[in-house]
Design a protein around this ligand. Structure first.
Ligand code: UDP
Ligand code: MG
Length: 136
Protein backbone atom coordinates (compact mmCIF):
# COMPACT_ATOMS: atom_id res chain seq x y z
CA UNK A 1 0.00 0.00 0.00
CA UNK A 2 1.14 3.47 -0.82
CA UNK A 3 1.42 5.71 2.24
CA UNK A 4 3.62 8.66 1.31
CA UNK A 5 3.92 10.90 4.38
CA UNK A 6 5.74 13.97 5.57
CA UNK A 7 7.27 14.46 8.99
CA UNK A 8 9.16 17.23 10.75
CA UNK A 9 12.78 16.78 11.72
CA UNK A 10 14.86 19.18 13.79
CA UNK A 11 18.62 19.06 14.10
CA UNK A 12 18.91 20.38 17.65
CA UNK A 13 21.41 22.97 18.95
CA UNK A 14 23.96 20.42 20.25
CA UNK A 15 24.30 18.92 16.76
CA UNK A 16 24.30 22.22 14.84
CA UNK A 17 26.95 23.47 17.28
CA UNK A 18 29.12 20.51 16.23
CA UNK A 19 28.29 21.20 12.57
CA UNK A 20 26.64 17.79 12.14
CA UNK A 21 23.68 18.92 10.03
CA UNK A 22 25.13 17.75 6.70
CA UNK A 23 26.15 14.39 8.15
CA UNK A 24 22.64 13.95 9.59
CA UNK A 25 21.04 14.98 6.29
CA UNK A 26 23.18 12.31 4.59
CA UNK A 27 21.66 9.71 6.91
CA UNK A 28 18.15 10.80 5.88
CA UNK A 29 18.97 10.68 2.17
CA UNK A 30 20.71 7.28 2.45
CA UNK A 31 17.60 5.97 4.19
CA UNK A 32 15.32 7.06 1.36
CA UNK A 33 13.93 10.30 2.76
CA UNK A 34 13.49 13.29 0.49
CA UNK A 35 14.23 16.64 2.13
CA UNK A 36 11.35 18.75 0.80
CA UNK A 37 12.20 21.94 2.68
CA UNK A 38 14.82 23.01 5.16
CA UNK A 39 15.96 26.13 6.96
CA UNK A 40 18.44 27.09 9.64
CA UNK A 41 16.87 29.34 12.26
CA UNK A 42 17.02 30.24 15.92
CA UNK A 43 13.72 30.34 17.81
CA UNK A 44 12.76 32.34 20.90
CA UNK A 45 12.02 30.80 24.29
CA UNK A 46 8.31 31.51 23.83
CA UNK A 47 8.30 29.79 20.43
CA UNK A 48 10.01 26.76 22.02
CA UNK A 49 7.35 26.78 24.77
CA UNK A 50 4.64 26.73 22.12
CA UNK A 51 6.35 23.97 20.13
CA UNK A 52 6.82 21.74 23.20
CA UNK A 53 3.56 22.65 24.98
CA UNK A 54 2.52 18.96 25.22
CA UNK A 55 5.35 18.68 27.76
CA UNK A 56 4.41 21.72 29.86
CA UNK A 57 3.59 19.67 32.96
CA UNK A 58 6.90 17.77 32.84
CA UNK A 59 9.75 18.64 35.20
CA UNK A 60 12.16 19.05 32.27
CA UNK A 61 9.92 21.51 30.34
CA UNK A 62 11.76 24.72 31.33
CA UNK A 63 15.20 23.33 30.59
CA UNK A 64 13.95 21.80 27.33
CA UNK A 65 12.60 25.14 26.07
CA UNK A 66 15.71 27.02 27.15
CA UNK A 67 17.78 24.44 25.33
CA UNK A 68 15.85 24.40 22.03
CA UNK A 69 16.07 28.20 21.88
CA UNK A 70 19.74 28.32 22.94
CA UNK A 71 21.27 28.26 19.46
CA UNK A 72 20.64 27.65 15.77
CA UNK A 73 18.61 24.63 14.68
CA UNK A 74 17.94 23.12 11.26
CA UNK A 75 14.28 22.28 10.62
CA UNK A 76 13.31 20.01 7.74
CA UNK A 77 10.28 18.49 6.12
CA UNK A 78 11.12 14.85 5.32
CA UNK A 79 9.08 12.78 2.89
CA UNK A 80 8.99 8.99 2.54
CA UNK A 81 6.56 6.08 2.73
CA UNK A 82 5.52 5.93 6.42
CA UNK A 83 7.86 8.87 7.12
CA UNK A 84 6.73 9.45 10.70
CA UNK A 85 7.48 5.92 11.92
CA UNK A 86 10.52 5.48 9.67
CA UNK A 87 12.08 8.67 11.06
CA UNK A 88 11.37 7.63 14.65
CA UNK A 89 13.11 4.30 13.91
CA UNK A 90 16.12 6.03 12.35
CA UNK A 91 16.35 8.44 15.33
CA UNK A 92 16.31 5.75 18.02
CA UNK A 93 15.28 6.01 21.67
CA UNK A 94 15.00 9.41 23.38
CA UNK A 95 17.95 8.57 25.64
CA UNK A 96 21.09 8.01 23.50
CA UNK A 97 22.29 5.48 26.08
CA UNK A 98 19.26 3.33 25.24
CA UNK A 99 19.24 3.97 21.49
CA UNK A 100 20.04 1.07 19.18
CA UNK A 101 23.29 0.80 17.23
CA UNK A 102 23.15 2.73 13.96
CA UNK A 103 20.46 5.17 15.07
CA UNK A 104 21.03 8.92 14.92
CA UNK A 105 20.76 9.40 18.65
CA UNK A 106 23.20 6.55 19.27
CA UNK A 107 25.65 8.00 16.76
CA UNK A 108 25.35 11.70 17.61
CA UNK A 109 23.43 12.16 20.87
CA UNK A 110 25.28 13.36 23.96
CA UNK A 111 22.60 12.88 26.64
CA UNK A 112 18.82 12.63 27.03
CA UNK A 113 18.46 16.40 26.80
CA UNK A 114 21.14 16.89 24.12
CA UNK A 115 19.94 14.09 21.87
CA UNK A 116 20.67 15.82 18.56
CA UNK A 117 17.38 15.31 16.70
CA UNK A 118 13.64 15.78 17.04
CA UNK A 119 11.05 13.89 15.00
CA UNK A 120 7.26 14.11 14.98
CA UNK A 121 5.63 11.24 16.87
CA UNK A 122 2.38 10.89 14.87
CA UNK A 123 0.85 11.81 11.53
CA UNK A 124 -1.35 14.44 13.21
CA UNK A 125 1.54 16.01 15.13
CA UNK A 126 3.66 16.01 11.98
CA UNK A 127 1.06 18.22 10.27
CA UNK A 128 0.93 20.57 13.27
CA UNK A 129 4.73 20.75 13.55
CA UNK A 130 5.26 21.30 9.80
CA UNK A 131 2.74 24.17 9.92
CA UNK A 132 4.46 25.58 13.00
CA UNK A 133 7.73 26.05 11.12
CA UNK A 134 6.75 26.34 7.47
CA UNK A 135 3.26 27.89 7.22
CA UNK A 136 3.34 31.61 6.56
N1 UDP B 1 13.71 15.17 27.53
C1 UDP B 1 14.52 15.49 28.62
N2 UDP B 1 14.43 14.73 29.75
C2 UDP B 1 13.56 13.67 29.86
C3 UDP B 1 12.75 13.36 28.75
C4 UDP B 1 12.85 14.12 27.60
O1 UDP B 1 15.31 16.42 28.55
O2 UDP B 1 13.53 13.03 30.91
C5 UDP B 1 13.82 15.96 26.32
C6 UDP B 1 14.51 15.19 25.21
O3 UDP B 1 15.45 16.03 24.59
C7 UDP B 1 13.39 14.82 24.28
C8 UDP B 1 12.40 15.95 24.48
O4 UDP B 1 12.52 16.31 25.85
O5 UDP B 1 13.84 14.70 22.94
C9 UDP B 1 10.97 15.61 24.19
O6 UDP B 1 10.63 14.46 24.94
P1 UDP B 1 9.84 13.24 24.27
O7 UDP B 1 9.42 12.34 25.35
O8 UDP B 1 8.78 13.78 23.35
O9 UDP B 1 10.98 12.50 23.42
P2 UDP B 1 11.21 12.36 21.85
O10 UDP B 1 9.86 12.35 21.19
O11 UDP B 1 12.05 13.54 21.44
O12 UDP B 1 11.94 11.06 21.68
MG1 MG C 1 8.26 13.65 21.38
Amino acid sequence: MNNLEQTLSIVKPDAVERNLQNEIKKNFIENGFIIKKEKKIQISKSEAEEFYKVHQSKPFYGDLCNYLSSGPIVVMILEKENAVLENRKLMGATDPLKAEEGTLRKKYGISIDKNSVHGSDSYENAKIEIDFFFKH
